[in-house]
Design a protein. Structure first.
Length: 388
């Protein structure tokens, strides 16, 4: 459940940045050549209320996704109470592309005005997108990016998110050491971007060697299993470069092996911060990837349905196709370290991301469930600034 106290605190602190998700060698916030084009959503409405919006969520394997869907539903309920939405619907599937296509088609047949899609993979939903557009249905890509003509993408900046952690880890190692990498769900767009960020960062640190890499599927249980295998396979692991929702599983693997992690990228949940606060020798970081990006995506969807137009200079290149300028990318709201250094090297190039201490993070989440992620989203006024 979204906690009211947390929401109030975040409203005062939260400002998401707009940034492109490409590698550092590619500037995606400005057109590179004449081939780069701005995409406009395919469908607009002549009404300003009474819409029906569907949300298709392509992965349902952790508490983060549950919080994202709950964030969406809470905002949708507010719109419904105001009459802006007459109804909304949500479908969830666990990385099953066929099931997701069937669910999207069911929403199309139900006559929705718009569909927000967090796709199983960036290449699996083309037929459904085209079918929706032929029926005049607006399609918005949410959370995990995908590049389809006539859509707009409102997604977390996965590349920047992972780059922060990779740079942080490399700096903690002073540029030298043996590490293991635990990725997310293979084939998922977010995972693809995050893995690329790791590669790009580590290319600048040739003395950091990856001993092994395996997917943890954004699952604490799977990550624990992967880390257990790594610990039995390698005598010395200087650091663990992992993605989110897996930090506590990694720590459990160390504890079961009678060892302690040296340096590891961590999570941004209350339970992880609580665990971290009991481990004074643990060197870790928490970079929040906010489930609340779905709230911002819904706010954008509603305004597009009402006929509003996104300011062209605020759109950046789609991270899956740099020639398609149709994306609003959301930088992480928070970076949590023990000292909360806003001027650290890993904070460079971020817009609106706030560095806070572990103590501050624990305080922000004090009234939340143990599984709650450090969350946030744009205010309605901030979303309004996207539009003409």
């Amino acid at each position: 459940m979204k906690k009211k106290v947390l929401a109030v605190l975040l409203a005062g602190l939260m400002v998401f940045g707009l940034a492109a998700c490409s590698s550092p060698e590619k500037k995606t916030d400005e057109p590179k050549d004449d081939a780069q084009k701005t995409e406009e959503p395919a469908a607009k409405s002549d009404k300003d209320s009474g819409f029906v919006v569907g949300f298709s969520n392509g992965y349902w394997g952790n508490t983060w996704r549950a919080q994202m869907v709950e964030d969406f539903e809470n905002r949708a309920k507010e719109y419904k109470a105001d009459g802006v939405l007459s109804d909304y619907m949500v479908s969830n599937t666990n990385s099953d592309a066929t099931e997701q296509l069937n669910q999207i088609n069911a929403m199309i047949d139900a006559g929705v005005d718009a569909i927000m899609i967090d796709a199983v993979s960036p290449t699996t939903i083309k037929s459904a997108v085209e079918k929706a557009q032929k029926k005049g249905i607006l399609v918005v890509i949410a959370n995990d990016p995908a590049a389809y003509e006539g859509t707009i993408c409102v997604c977390g900046n996965n590349y920047s998110w992972q780059k922060i952690q990779a740079v942080w880890m490399a700096e903690q190692l002073n540029g030298k050491g043996d590490i293991v990498e635990i990725s997310g769900v293979s084939g998922n767009a977010a995972d693809t971007l995050r893995v690329q960020a790791n590669k790009d960062v580590l290319a600048d640190y040739p003395d950091i060697k990856i001993l092994g890499s395996a997917p943890g599927n954004w699952s604490e249980t799977d990550a624990q299993s992967v880390m257990t295998t790594f610990l039995s396979s390698y005598d010395n692991i200087d650091a663990v470069l992992a993605q989110d929702v897996m930090g506590e599983g990694i720590i459990k693997a160390y504890e079961n092996a009678g060892k302690e992690p040296k340096i590891m990228t961590g999570d941004y949940t209350k339970s992880f911060f609580t665990k971290w606060s009991t481990m004074p020798d643990l060197t870790t970081i928490g970079v929040s990837y906010a489930p609340g990006s779905a709230v911002t995506a819904l706010d954008v969807t509603v305004r597009l349905l009402q006929g509003k137009t996104v300011k062209e200079d605020l759109l950046v290149a789609n991270p899956m196709d740099e020639n398609m300028v149709n994306s609003i990318m959301l930088d992480p709201p928070y970076v949590v370290t023990k000292d909360g250094d806003q001027n650290a090297v890993w904070m460079e190039g971020l817009n609106g991301t706030k560095a806070i201490t572990l103590e501050e993070a624990v305080d922000l989440l004090k009234d939340s469930a143990d599984t709650a992620a450090l969350d946030g989203w744009l205010t309605q006024e901030e979303v309004d600034q996207f539009f003409e």
